[in-house]
Every structure is written in structure tokens, then in C-alpha cells.
Design a protein around this ligand. Structure first.
Ligand SMILES: [Zn+2]
Length: 207
């Protein structure tokens, strides 16, 4: 039993990492690592709370909240996936805080790139970052990135700035150059790190 438990813990620690670096760009995380039936994220959260797997709790809360309030409070879930009032309260409070971070900071990343001078690529709307063409392009990208979270959050996910524009063409907003996209990508990487650091606080896991 002890061997099984320690092996399981190892798998869990990998999928519910304790550090930001543990997230990795494309490794399987959360409930998808369980073999057989994929458990509901609420079920995993309940299990970790019961087992006092403190180091895995921030990620488990995040995985449950990213689907939004309907998933957290779904009345059709089995008993072991139903959250206690206390856990639910932490989850909803955290979800609201993360959504706020996601909206405000993504807006800042896209609309006010840090320390950057206006872009010098001839057709890029960022040549005049305060002009109407830039605003329209930024707004479109912002809506697509943040809107894809619906009522949940994707704040820890690497966003797809490019979209398919027919054929093999990848584009962002109208005319946005790749240099500007790279700046957004690195800005968003910092945002993810800050959001990660905030998890224990927003979910009430710190004293
Ligand atoms: Zn540009």
C-alpha cells in the first residue's frame, strides 16, 4: 500500500506541480493524467483536500475553477464531486480574482506593452499605438483571448495570438507584425507567472 501511495503521489505531483516551472509548455496536467475514467476536477479537488495534499491544492483549485461556476456548482454530479460550502467559497472567490487578473493584465499586455517604443514596421498599426487602427486591432485580439475563457479562466494557459485566416495564412489582428506578437507573448508569460504565484492567496490557502 505504501509503495502504491508513494507512486501515486509522484504522478500527482507531476500533474499538479508546486512550482511555475513544473507547468511546462505542453505536458499533460490535471485530471487528464488519471488512467481509466477521467475524474471531474471537483472530485480531484475533494480528494486532495481530504488527503491534505497541500502542495497540489493550488493547481487542483485552478483546474476546478477554470470551467466556471456551472461546473463548480453542478447539481448533477455524484456526491464525491460535490464541493463542500467551504471549498466552494474558496473556489468561487478565487475564480473571481483570477478573472479580474486575466482581464486587467491581458488588457495591459496588449494595449500598453511595457517599455516599448512605437513599432517601426511600416504596415503595423502599432506604429501609431494610440490611433484608431491600433485600438481596433488590439481590441479584437483582446476579445478573442479573454473571451475564450467564457465564464471560467484560462489565465495559466499559453494564449494563441495567431488565428487561421484561410489557406495556410496565420494572422493576428489586421496588420499586426510578428515583433508586436512576440512582445505580447513574453508579456503574457510574465502574467502567467504572476497569476501562478497568486494561486495560494486567491484560494485562501495561505494563513
Ligand atoms: Zn508591430
Amino acid at each position: 500500500m505504501t509503495a502504491v501511495r508513494s507512486q501515486m503521489l509522484e504522478v500527482v505531483r507531476d500533474a499538479y506541480p508546486e512550482t511555475f516551472e513544473g507547468l511546462g509548455p505542453s505536458k499533460p496536467l490535471g485530471e487528464s493524467i488519471f488512467s481509466g475514467r477521467t475524474p471531474h476536477p471537483n472530485e480531484v479537488l475533494n480528494l486532495f483536500v481530504q488527503q491534505k495534499l497541500t502542495s497540489a491544492l493550488p493547481m487542483a483549485y485552478y483546474m476546478a475553477t477554470r470551467r466556471g461556476p456551472n461546473s463548480l456548482m453542478d447539481r448533477n454530479l455524484p456526491r464525491n464531486a460535490t464541493l463542500s460550502p467551504e471549498v466552494l467559497q474558496h473556489a468561487i472567490t478565487g475564480l473571481m480574482a483570477l478573472r479580474e487578473v486575466e482581464r486587467n493584465e491581458t488588457r495591459r499586455v496588449i494595449f500598453e506593452p511595457k517599455g516599448s517604443r512605437p513599432c517601426s514596421v511600416s504596415n503595423c498599426p502599432s506604429r501609431t499605438p494610440t490611433g484608431p487602427a491600433a485600438f481596433e486591432a488590439y481590441q479584437k485580439v483582446f476579445d478573442r483571448i479573454v473571451g475564450s475563457s467564457r465564464l471560467g479562466t484560462k489565465v495559466l494557459q499559453v494564449p494563441e495570438f495567431y488565428e487561421d485566416c484561410g489557406g495556410d495564412v496565420q494572422c493576428v489582428g489586421p496588420g499586426i507584425c510578428s515583433g508586436c506578437v512576440e512582445r505580447w507573448e513574453s508579456g503574457h508569460a510574465e502574467l502567467r507567472k504572476r497569476a501562478w504565484m497568486a494561486l495560494p492567496g486567491v484560494f485562501g490557502l495561505k494563513d
